[in-house]
Design a protein around this ligand. Sequence first.
Ligand code: HEC
Length: 109
Amino acid sequence: MKEVDMKNFWAWGLVLAMSSTLADEVTAGRAKADVACALCHGLLGVASLPSAPNLAGQPAIYVSEQLKNYRSGKRANEVMSVIAKPLTDTEIMQLAAWYSAIKVTVEMP
Ligand code: HEC
């Protein structure tokens, strides 16, 4: 292989490694969400409980910030504060990856 080919080889290897990591996070987040969140936020992040917000398609940074705020007490809600309390940073990252990976489309009313 020429040196340039080798560089491309390593660059693509890195891209593949990174994308499989994201896919793993989404899969892990979905598994957790199916059990712990879907009852209120819906299986695909469209809320099934009228008082719960939709999470599908929300940016990962937004979802993770809110979960960390509930966990720390910066944002308080009688339901979410309890649910977020035991979540680890890794679980929050995976849940955020899952909800942000869901594609949403909107229509004019
Ligand atoms: C028992 C119902 C219930 C369950 C289960 C539940 N939630 Fe919630 N969630 C709510 C409600 C109600 C709110 C709105 C709270 C508020 O007003 O702050 C909320 C708010 C949120 C928000 C803030 C959204 C926004 O738009 O600011 C996030 C993020 C969230 N939930 C994530 C999760 C995750 C992740 C799980 C699973 C680990 C989960 N929730 C489980 C009911 C639930």
